[in-house]
Design a protein. Structure first.
Length: 305
């Protein structure tokens, strides 16, 4: 991602934040108004202060408008305003092996990710920080309740709706924003694309306000960042993000049809120790092959150029 002209990355960063503010208002205020009329009981919704409570249509509308207004539109307009900068690289778009290796890596790392998630879930802060921990737990429980109300469905139309709202829309919107626009800005700020990957991954995880899933989401952000840097194709992390979210929605759908609860879904699966070793070896191997293959493709392109 080479920027042929010099721009001020701090100005770009502030401009992107301004776009987030404006686009969020422009999309979510109308969504709230429409949702209130869809609910049919404006007075009770306003009294409770919970726009999503017991109203699936309202919930989906607000979730979709949030992804579009907070991430997709700001990234799109930022690219339009910075046409001299390649924010969404799309090299080797038809190279199917890039996509296959990305998904293979995500699947191979799954046992280790489960273990990291269980460790993160069990973290305890010192007694002196109990107030902060209580707030973090409250935020986590609130997000868990919202997620449960959305993903635990047992009909095919609702499953497809969940895949659209929980996987496809956020997968595209968040990757264009974080790995596209924001990572581009931090590359210019830090003068180091790998440092930018980690900084943006921290922001990506923190902004979800789910602290007991912070480290798994941080690693996902890192993986997506490396996928973009190595392949120079924004659609690779987009697809990986969509697949990651879609798997959760499909598994939740299956659990619901089997009569299982959201707690069952969130319960960490215990693998034998050898499975974690195998996961580590396989993940490192796939990552190495991925890196070598993308390097070969880039060098081949340079030779042709």
């Amino acid at each position: 991602m080479v920027n042929p002209t010099k721009s001020n990355p701090w100005k770009d960063f502030l401009f992107l934040l301004l776009l987030v503010f404006v686009c969020s208002i422009v999309t979510q205020v109308p969504a709230v108004i429409v949702g209130l009329f869809i609910s049919g009981d404006i007075e009770s919704v306003l009294k409770s202060g919970d726009l999503m409570s017991g109203n699936p249509a309202m919930t989906y509308l607000l979730l979709a408008s949030s992804s579009i207004g907070t991430f997709l539109l700001p990234a799109y307009f930022f690219q339009r305003m910075r046409r001299e900068t390649t924010i969404f690289p799309m090299e080797h778009r038809t190279n199917w092996l890039f996509y296959v290796l990305a998904i293979a890596f995500m699947l191979s790392f799954s046992p280790l990710m489960t273990a990291i998630g269980a460790w993160n879930e069990g973290m305890k802060l010192p007694q002196s920080l109990q107030t902060i921990e209580s707030w973090m737990r409250m935020q986590e429980d609130s997000m868990a309740a919202l997620t449960e109300s959305v993903v635990m469905v047992n009909s095919w139309p609702m499953l497809f709706t969940n895949i659209l709202v929980m996987a496809i829309i956020p997968g595209i919107a968040e990757e264009l924003f974080f790995r596209g626009a924001l990572q581009r800005i931090f590359e210019d700020l830090l003068k180091n694309k790998y440092a930018a990957i980690w900084v943006v991954a921290v922001i990506f995880s923190a902004i979800h306000v789910q602290f007991y899933g912070f480290f798994p989401r941080l690693l996902l952000g890192v993986f997506f960042g490396y996928m973009l840097v190595w392949t120079q194709n924004i659609w690779v992390p987009v697809l990986a993000h969509i697949v990651n979210n879609a798997i959760v929605t499909v598994v939740a759908f299956q659990y619901t049809r089997e009569g299982k609860s959201y707690s069952d879904l969130m319960e960490a699966e215990n693998y034998p120790f050898i499975a974690y070793i195998g996961s580590l070896i396989l993940s490192v191997g796939i990552a190495y092959l991925y890196y070598r293959y993308t390097e070969k493709k880039r060098n081949y392109g340079k030779e042709l150029g």
